[in-house]
Ligand binder design. Sequence first.
Ligand SMILES: Nc1ncnc2c1ncn2[C@@H]1O[C@H](COP(=O)(O)OP(=O)(O)OP(=O)(O)O)[C@@H](O)[C@H]1O
Length: 259
Amino acid sequence: MTSRLLDAQELVKSFGGLTAVANVSVHFDRNELVGLIGPNGAGKTTLFNLLTGETPLTSGSISLYTDQGVQTLNGKKPAQIAQAGISRTFQNIRLFKDLSVLDNVKIAMTNHYQEGFLTSVFRLPKFYQTEAAMAQAAHELLKIFDLTAVADQPARNLPYGTQRRLEIVRALATKPSLLFLDEPAAGMNPEETADLTQLIRQIQRDFHITVVLIEHDMSLVMNVVERLYVLEHGGLLASGTPDEIQRDPAVIKAYLGGA
Ligand SMILES: Nc1ncnc2c1ncn2[C@@H]1O[C@H](COP(=O)(O)OP(=O)(O)OP(=O)(O)O)[C@@H](O)[C@H]1O
């Protein structure tokens, strides 16, 4: 039985005269891996920005189903949405480049809970009861992502693909229930992309979380996700399983070039 995690109804985002997201409804269930695809400028990143509070909605509603009941995310700030268990990565890498790989992860574990507070008090989130527990969790995450050997290196020394992996570790460090990955494999070669995509699938299963993935390599995303949403010109063109999407005449016409 599936259990609903997030419901977004009739989301609209207008930038002046341009409607970047036009009446899009999507939902995500617990423990699923979902792909979000569509041509450049289709509105994928804007949709992520709406769901994570980076960009305010023009209209629509977003509901998160938690153990405490249904919570509306409308009007919430990114830090509040992060606290509710939603995490993300960005298309442009946002690391603390001069800090070590390990410190980047530790900061993600704590920072996130302090945003908006003018405090220098080092507050650990509930799930990391001690500094030692936090350090251990950080090391475990680095190991999963094959980053142990570079734990003490400044982030800026890492190759681009490795920096992207570190970004995912940072997003996971907050123990999210829902993780949005915006083109995590951008700039990687096909082999690295395939490896990362398999890793994302493994993480989604092992951590029992929901992952939503924007990925340009259509054949790759088709192989790993359970469901897909296809955006075009800000609107929802199609949704369904990879099989359904591949057979959908509207998708074939608009996105697969009529093949
Ligand atoms: N802050 C903004 N102000 C004005 N227009 C914007 C803004 N953000 C996005 N847009 C426009 O909204 C549309 C959708 O952009 P978006 O980045 O969401 O698309 P995308 O599907 O993520 O594209 P890509 O695959 O190229 O990243 C584009 O026409 C873009 O120029």
